[in-house]
Design a protein around this ligand. Structure first.
Ligand code: GLN
Length: 312
């Protein structure tokens, strides 16, 4: 039977999914109208090890837009292309204590607080390389495809929905234009950011991307070096302090791994040197994290003693 062909890890994950599917708290994000169409019952967990073993349970191949889970990777891209010193002129590494879409810059040097909030991510979008908008967009897709180990595409409908309703992100970008933190063309930078958020991934893709961070930047499926080990260290450090919005402290306390969530309901978590985890469930709590996703990560890391500060 199917059950017998499953590995013990997959059996564990399937049991976990069955239990967690009982939770029906949380609400799908609807401030981007297209996101409201997600299926609230979709639920997936995928674990990928640094040697490329994939353990999947639930709706692991259902596509959804990456949203803010793209942010740590884009920070990695900027570090790869420009180096730490140049990137730190554009973005800090301090948690904000404010929501992800807050319209606030660090008043000492006008920088966005960190690359995990919208302001910081939009500042990173300006750093995409290319002679024109089309080349920069292609560079973005190529980079994310290298992380996933397959050719990714964009959800045009979500992209248009974001672009048509993203006035708050526009306000953030124009505030940064005003303070000289971005130089424009501002609408084009925003467009790249909206496109980045609209890249389609599955929980399986996100787990490969997380495992690629766990493998210090080498894609665990293709072997491609995507981000250098030193830059991965910097990416994971910011994920650890700023990756889960206003829940980052409680998350570190309970789960103990660097992580990043997004409003479509995805979360990635990374155990360096070992594995990447991705979960997907679009029901969100009040700060914008996946309710069932958090619960899966808590249970999984507890059951396998994966907390970074556990006595091994
Ligand atoms: N595209 C979303 C926005 O800019 C991403 C936010 C998120 O996932 N936290 O609002």
């Amino acid at each position: 039977t199917l059950m017998q062909s499953q590995s013990p890890v997959e059996r564990y994950l399937n049991t976990l999914i069955a239990e967690i599917s009982q939770i029906d708290e949380g609400k799908i994000a609807d401030y981007i109208p297209e996101l409201a169409k997600a299926n609230p019952d979709h639920l997936a967990v995928v674990v990928v090890t640094v040697d490329g073993k994939v353990y999947a349970a639930g709706d692991a191949d259902v596509p959804f837009t990456i949203q803010s889970v793209s942010k740590p990777f884009m920070f990695g891209y900027a570090l790869q292309e420009y180096g730490l010193e140049a990137v730190l002129r554009k973005v800090g590494v301090e948690p904000t204590g404010d929501p992800f879409n807050s319209i606030v810059l660090d008043d000492v040097n006008n920088r966005p607080f960190n690359p995990m909030v919208n302001a910081g991510a939009i500042a990173m979008s300006e750093l995409l390389r290319g002679a024109d908008a089309a080349e920069r967009e292609a560079a973005q897709m190529t980079f994310f495809s290298s992380l996933a180990g397959r050719e990714l595409t964009m959800d045009e409908t979500v992209y248009r929905s974001e672009s048509e309703t993203g006035h708050r992100n526009r306000a953030i970008a124009y505030m940064m234009l005003n303070s000289g933190m971005i130089n424009g063309p501002t609408e084009e930078v925003l467009d790249l950011y909206f496109r980045q958020c609209s890249i389609l991934v599955s929980a399986r893709d996100l787990a490969v991307m997380a495992a690629t961070l766990a493998a210090h930047g080498r894609n665990v499926l293709t072997g491609e070096r995507v981000i250098s080990p030193g830059n991965v260290r910097d990416v994971l450090s910011v994920m650890a302090t700023c990756g889960m919005y206003d829940y980052a402290g409680q998350w570190m306390f309970d789960v103990g791994l660097p992580a990043k969530s997004g409003v479509s309901g995805g979360i990635i978590a990374v155990l360096p040197g070992q594995l990447g985890i991705a979960v997907y469930s679009p029901r969100l709590d009040s700060v914008g994290n996946s309710v069932r996703g958090i619960e899966i990560c808590k249970r999984f890391t507890r059951d396998f003693s994966l907390h970074a500060y556990v006595d091994r």
